[in-house]
Design a protein around this ligand. Structure first.
Ligand code: HSE
Length: 453
């Protein structure tokens, strides 16, 4: 009996040894050891064994490039792996894959370009880089037969890129509606739930580390816009230029608009809308603070969470929800890309972006149609409402409903109008005329009302 046990033991050990010997490694050059870079290193170490079982490869971070060697780190870096020279990663013949997490556009572009030219696959989480220069980069990657993976570039830990590339490959994507900036969603949630003003909510988001020290790209809508460009380009097989989309941030969302929206049964969210105009093939891409019905599922996405509603012609509606930022969620997506790269190494299967001409060009924003919320602060005297209604009537914009609260200042009063479906260009024209009326005291506030079905 003992002999049998011993022989089973020896056999099992032999099998293990054989497996260990057959496991080859994937050598990674990690460029950037900030919040996400450190998370990638930490979590590869943490789940090394699981990753080896699942990919059949040992994932080895063999070089780390940082800008500043003296910077205090929350995750310890092995000193012998660290360099300040990005070129050392690119030129190292042992390195199979570069993970670009340095941020910015120009130096990141140079790094990714040099990497694919040197026969290395790339993983990046850089949304600005892809939105601004993705077309150039993927053409270079295609030419060199190297893939670029970018799951972490959109919505942090939510696997939306692979979903569109793989799971929804058999669909025409009809619509995407996304809450894809956690900082803005946090600010709007606090303004809604705690009645905070914009500045106070932003300060809170900064203190909690959600917003960057310079939160400009978050609050002006461009962080979400870069992500929307990537999603639209991926969905429609052509790069949507940054200057062909409409972007508004949340800086001008006021507490009173949130309160009025609530009275009317709506919640204000910063929404990225990507829509295919089926009759023309045109693609609409825009980012705007918008009213959505309180009972719509996206209205319940609160705090720093992200969610993306995707409607395909075959699948129907699908919804993806999760953490859109942060060290661990974002590094989860980077690691998924690294794991994908293990399967692709040595085989030339394209760049990771498929260009085709099945759809049209970006739709002009002026033609995009929705309902609207309009708040106009006016002098409190007879005839004022008639003047506003006359402007709207002349441009054939219908009024759906109207509120004017009794409890307002002595001199001025807000008029809140819900407008019927109309083209954005026409409503902009109306807004311009209304702003010029003598009775109007402040710039009017115009917000989209999204009918998400
Ligand atoms: N700053 C972004 C956000 C995450 O708040 O969602 C990175 O894009």
């Amino acid at each position: 009996m003992r002999k049998v046990e011993e022989s089973v033991c020896v056999e099992a050990f032999g099998e293990l040894l054989l497996r260990e010997m057959s496991v080859s490694s994937l050598k990674i050059g990690l460029a950037g050891f900030g919040n996400v870079g450190a998370g990638v290193y930490k979590n590869i170490e943490k789940n090394q064994h699981l990753l080896r079982e699942r990919t059949g490869k040992e994932l080895v971070v063999s070089r780390i490039a940082v800008r500043d060697l003296t910077k205090a780190r929350t995750v310890e870096m092995p000193a012998d792996l660290v360099t300040t020279d990005l070129d050392e990663l690119v030129q190292d013949p042992e390195i199979d894959l570069i993970v670009e997490l340095i941020g910015g556009i120009d130096s990141a572009f140079d790094l990714v370009k040099a990497s694919v030219e040197n026969g290395k696959a790339v993983v990046t989480g850089n949304k600005a880089l892809l939105a601004e220069r993705g077309q150039e980069l993927f053409a270079i990657a295609e030419e060199h037969g190297q893939p670029i993976f970018y799951e972490a570039a959109v919505a942090g830990g939510i696997p939306i890129i692979k979903t569109v590339q793989e799971s929804l490959i058999g669909n025409h994507i009809q619509t995407m509606a996304g809450i894809i900036n956690g900082t803005c969603n946090y600010i709007l949630t606090r303004m809604t739930e705690a009645g905070l003003d914009y500045e106070t909510a932003l300060g809170e988001a900064q203190q909690l580390g959600y917003a960057e020290a310079d939160p400009t790209l978050d609050v002006n809508g461009w962080d979400a816009a870069h992500k929307a460009i990537i999603l639209a380009s991926l969905s429609y097989g052509c790069w949507v230029p940054c200057d062909k989309i409409h972007v508004e941030g949340i800086e001008n969302v006021h507490r009173e608009d949130i309160a009025f929206a609530e009275k009317l049964g709506y919640t204000i969210k910063l929404l990225a809308i990507i829509q295919l105009h089926e009759e023309t093939g045109a693609i609409e891409v825009r980012v705007q603070p918008s009213l959505i019905a309180n009972n719509h599922i996206l209205a319940s996405v609160k705090g720093v969470f992200n969610a993306i509603l995707v409607k395909g012609d075959v699948v129907g509606e699908t919804l993806f929800y999760g953490s859109g930022a942060g060290q661990d969620p974002t590094s989860s997506s980077v690691i998924a890309d690294i794991a994908d790269a293990t399967a692709r190494l040595g085989s030339s299967q394209g760049s990771g972006f498929v260009t085709h001409g099945l759809y049209g060009s970006p739709a002009p924003i002026e033609d995009s149609v929705s309902k609207y919320y309009l708040r106009v602060e006016v002098e409190d005297r007879p005839g004022v409402l008639a003047q506003i209604a006359a402007v709207l009537g002349k441009l054939d914009v219908g009024i759906l409903s109207l509120i004017q609260p009794e409890d307002h200042d002595e001199e001025t009063a807000p008029i809140v109008l819900m407008l019927h479906y109309a083209a954005f260009g026409v409503v902009q024209e109306a807004l311009e005329c209304i702003s010029k009326l003598d009775c109007v005291c402040e710039s009017p506030v115009l917000l989209r009302v999204e009918d998400l079905g």
